[in-house]
Structure formats: C-alpha cells, structure tokens
Write a protein that binds this ligand. Structure first.
Ligand SMILES: Cc1ncc(COP(=O)(O)O)c(C=O)c1O
Length: 424
C-alpha cells in the first residue's frame, strides 16, 4: 500500500522564538493592535456578545514559542493523498474554473448519495437533498440560519465544538448547553436533553464522534435522544464530520434512526477523513425542503463551494478508501499510546472511541484547565487546549489531539509526565 505522505515540518514553521508571555500587542499572529480607537462602536451588539475563541487565543500564544510539541490543533498531520491533489490540479488545467451549481457538482452529489446509502442505509436524492458546502463549518452555519428565528433555543452538549455556540448566536438563536460528564463518557443523555426542552426550543445540535472528547454515541443512546426529538418536535442538526474516524463500535448515522430522516440535517465533510482541512469542502443532506432552505442561504453567501475542491472531493470518494484505512489504523495506534500514556503519568482519560482527541482529567494536579495548559506550554513546551474553551463542563479537562506523529506524542507524554510529577 502506498505510504501516506506526512506533513513535513508541521511545527517547524512557527515564528521566531519570543519570550513567554508574548509581548503586548501579540506576536506574529497576536492580538490586533488598536490603531483606530472607537471603531468598535460600529460592531453589532450580537456579534460583540460572541465570546472570542479560547482556542484562537491559545494558538496566538503558541505561535510565539519555539520548539513546542503541539497536541493542540485539531487537524491531521497528513498531507492530502496524492490522487486527490492530482484531481484538483487536473480540473484546473482543464479549465474547470467556474462556479458550479449552487448545490454543488452533480457528480459529487451522486457520489455522496451513494456513500451515505452504502455506509448507513439512508437514501438522499442527489438532485434535491444534498448541498456541497465550504467545509462542514458552512454546513452547520447555513443549517442554523435556515432553521432559527430570533430567540429560538438550540440545545447542544457541553463540552462541544467551539464554533457551535457562536454559530447559534450569529443565527440569532439562544444557545442552551446540555451538560455531559466523564462518568457517562461524555454521551448526551436523553433525560438531560428532555429536562431542558422549553416552548422556545427549536433544535438540537450535536456531533458524534465528538470534538473535544472523542466520545461516540451507541445506537441505543441515539434512539433515546431521537425519542425526545420526536416527542417535542425538534429539528436535529447532526454533525458527523468524524464518522469515518470510529475505532470501536459502529458509527450510527442519526438520520438512519426510524422517524429521524425527516427532521434531521445531516452534516459531513472531507477535512478530517481525507486530511483536507485546507480545501474547505463539506456537505449537508436533508429532506428536500430543508436542503433547499439551507441552499438558499448558501446561494447568497457562498454561491458554490470551491470548484477545484469539489473535484478533489470526488476523487477522495472514488479513490481515497485505502488512504482512509491507512490513516485510521495509524490514528488508532496513536490513540492507544496517548490514552495509556496519560494514565501512566497520572491523568485519567476515558477511552475515546472516535475522532482524534483524548480528554484527560487534569484535576489530580489541582490546576484549572487554563492554568494547566498555559503552564504546560511555558514550562514543558507542550500545547494542549483548556477544556473550558469547549464549555463550562470542559473545566477540569484538557484536549490533547493525537493526529500528530507517534514519536512526537511519546516525547509530549514524557514532558507531561514531568509536569504532572511537579504538580501533584
Ligand atoms: C465537530 C466539528 N465540526 C466541524 C468542524 C469544522 O470542520 P470543516 O469546516 O473543516 O469541515 C470541526 C473542526 O475541527 C469539528 O471538530
């Protein structure tokens, strides 16, 4: 099997080493200097209420320090496999440089429809029920904007992906976190969802396998959530970006659960499965009226997803499987190293069954997650992300991404071990 090419010098290209903490005004990617005091008055109140990303601040800091082992960034260390890159280049050389249909290339939608049907047994009409988007990020943004009226509530697991809350707020909805805990391996419990439903609740938004916890949901747990959705007539946005990165158990597609297809906007993408984060390509699938509504937003804000990326995505579906299997096996090897290593250094971590994140409990050190992450970075030059960046229930944990080299993870674990030893 062809070896998957690794990213070279992933962390090597960081900016020149500066002092820690970074100088005022930020480093290369630091906080923007305010040369125009007062200009903020023009910014909308609703945007001003969106919290700045805890992750972004952390990476700004990280970019100012040399020789850091980063377990922080949530993206594959692999370069996009060669046949996928070649397909994009060929499309450009052939002059395929125009907009596509707003829904996306029909050939790609047909291939997606076939893939979803083969993997999960749910069928979507490629002509009317699939929209190709600029990353799954755009997919959940337009899904929310097409469902939410001012003040509608959206229930979402806490902790969860950093962009969900801002996306809900920017759609003028109200974000309502549903706590999840390590005790239940960060699964969303139907009873917790049910307790938080109000007259204003319009939708549920969740993503399993999960960022930042690596949690997965078994079919029975999803069925219980489905019952709550049906009983309260909720729409569901199911972000299944990490579906193919499932190491234990089978992934259950939410819309494959009886009665759920008609109320679900299913979301997927290429970024993680095929190491294509920079291509900005993803999709949503939904019953025709919901797909059309989301497409209406997409049409006016995006026109169509990048054309070369759509050709690359088509090649990924047609020729990418051996690469997916190869990367999956390697992530699994790293997952075991990471989880066993964290336990060995005294940080209990539940065994993540999907995605590529471990979410160790750092409470044995007595530090909160921000202090832990900042000091680990300053003292041992290992970057992890504070769990609090993903919601209040993430406090007491940090996110460590194992989509970086095996040896890097080994070295990081040694450094984390030293740090924990000093802070017991
Ligand atoms: C759960 C989840 N959804 C969506 C995204 C966005 O991915 P993209 O827009 O690259 O498809 C991410 C990225 O980390 C994620 O973790």
């Amino acid at each position: 099997m062809r070896a998957v090419q690794r990213r070279i010098g992933h962390e090597a290209a960081r900016g020149a080493a500066l002092s820690y903490p970074p100088p005022a005004g930020g480093g290369r990617n630091g906080a923007v200097e305010n040369d125009s005091p007062g200009a903020e008055r023009f910014i909308s109140r609703s945007l001003a209420s969106v919290p700045a990303s805890g992750i972004r601040k952390f990476f700004d800091l990280l970019s100012t320090i040399d020789d850091v082992i980063s377990l922080g960034v949530g993206e594959p260390d692999y370069v996009t496999p060669e046949p996928i890159r070649r397909a994009a280049l060929e499309s450009i050389e052939k002059g395929e440089t125009h907009y596509t249909s707003n829904y996306g290339l029909l050939e790609l939608r047909e291939a997606l429809s076939e893939e979803i049907e083969t993997l999960y047994g749910v069928s979507y009409d490629p002509a009317t029920e699939i929209v190709v988007t600029s990353g799954s990020s755009e997919a959940f943004d337009i899904a929310l904007r097409s469902l939410i009226d001012d003040g509608d509530e959206v229930l979402c697991p806490d902790p969860s992906y950093v962009a969900y809350e801002p996306a809900v707020i920017m759609a003028k909805g109200r974000f309502r976190p549903v706590p999840t805990t390590a005790e239940h391996e960060f699964r969303l419990l139907a009873s917790d969802v049910s307790e938080r439903v109000t007259e204003q609740t319009k939708a549920l938004l969740f993503g399993y396998p999960a960022n930042p916890t690596g949690a997965t949901m078994d079919r029975a747990s999803l069925e219980a959530v489905a019952e709550v959705a049906a009983a309260n007539d909720l729409a569901v946005i199911s972000d299944e970006l990490y579906a193919r990165l499932t190491y234990e158990g089978e992934h259950t597609c939410f819309s494959s659960i009886e009665g759920m297809r008609d109320r679900t906007i299913l979301i997927g993408g290429f970024s993680k499965t095929y190491a294509m984060t920079g291509w900005r390509i993803g999709w949503l699938a939904a019953p025709a009226p919901l797909a059309e509504a989301a497409m209406k937003v997409h049409q006016y804000v995006m026109m169509s997803a990048p054309t070369a990326a759509q050709y690359a995505a088509l090649a990924a579906l047609r020729q990418g499987e051996s690469f997916v299997q190869e990367m999956l096996a390697e992530y699994d090897r790293r997952r075991r190293l990471m989880v066993d290593g964290l336990h060995a250094v005294g940080l209990p971590a539940f065994r993540p069954r999907g995605a590529f994140y471990a979410f160790p409990d750092i409470r044995p050190t007595g530090l909160d997650s921000t202090t832990f992450s900042e000091r680990l970075l300053a003292e041992e030059r290992v970057a992890v992300v504070p769990g609090s960046a993903f919601g209040a229930c993430g406090e007491g944990f940090v996110r460590a991404c194992y989509a970086s080299g095996y040896e890097q993870i080994e070295r990081a674990l040694e450094r984390i071990g030293r740090f924990v030893q000093r802070n017991r």
